[in-house]
Design a protein around this ligand. Sequence first.
Ligand SMILES: NC(=O)c1ccc[n+]([C@@H]2O[C@H](COP(=O)([O-])OP(=O)(O)OC[C@H]3O[C@@H](n4cnc5c(N)ncnc54)[C@H](OP(=O)(O)O)[C@@H]3O)[C@@H](O)[C@H]2O)c1
Length: 275
Amino acid sequence: MKILVTGAGGQLGRALVESLGARGLTRSELDIADADAVRSLLSTLRPDLVINAAAYTQVDEAEADPAGALRANFEGPRNLAETTDELRIPLVHVSTDYVFDGNARKPYVESDPTNPQSVYGRTKLEGERAVRGANPRHYIVRTAWLYAAWGQNFPTTMRGLADRPEVRVVDDQTGSPSYAPHVARAIAALIRTEAYGVHHFAGRGHTSWYGFTKRLYCELGIQTPVIPVTTAEFPRPAPRPAFSALGTEREPRIELPPWEEGLREFASAVQEDSK
Ligand SMILES: NC(=O)c1ccc[n+]([C@@H]2O[C@H](COP(=O)([O-])OP(=O)(O)OC[C@H]3O[C@@H](n4cnc5c(N)ncnc54)[C@H](OP(=O)(O)O)[C@@H]3O)[C@@H](O)[C@H]2O)c1
């Protein structure tokens, strides 16, 4: 099967290219918001399936740049959905836990009502709707708290802060940390099915950013004290859901390993890289 991955320079894009042996298109090769470029390149390459891992992912910056966020998170997926529909091929589109408001007490499943609180979350939800409306052969994969041994992400930042006397980390936001290679593996299993629609693929279980950091430092043998703080002590431009753990109600059941296992693999990958 000939698979194309857009946003191939990003965390998940790179994991998808590696685990699927797919052809990756970075932003410089394809700007998904350029409808003509999308139509012309896909018509030339004639893939059997497209996976969209491109997005505007800077949650705080999006608050002051809604047009930029809309371009990548709504116009891009819409273009991809229209063209893949014309080509009669499926589209996998990746979305986020931030489409939820965070007021739940148990993990969100696919049929739970959305209610995004940030520009990023709203534009991602617009993207989901555009995909659903334009190509019936769509898989919408919502993931959460994504990280890899490459790219910009929370554990990489926390690793970089370990030489401080102590680190202060938010303990009142809960989510499901998801290791990009695990998400890529789940997507590889999903595309062997015709289970179209929304799927939640996130590390099994949930924790807070504080719990995530404690576990990370433990895996890396870092002794720096980790101090739990509240969101109110760390004001940011974009509101975050207080609770956005993801669960699934979909069949066939495709689940990621527990989040702790992702962190273990991350720790051994970054330790290997720094040898
Ligand atoms: N990161 C998370 O914590 C998280 C959580 C939940 C869901 N997600 C979703 O998971 C997916 C992958 O996220 P990620 O963390 O892998 O993102 P990422 O590392 O930020 O990568 C996104 C990639 O998309 C590219 N891009 C942006 N606009 C584009 C455009 N118009 N055309 C083509 N490429 C464009 C970016 O290029 P530049 O670097 O040049 O801008 C970047 O290479 C996204 O759909 C995201 O919304 C992420």
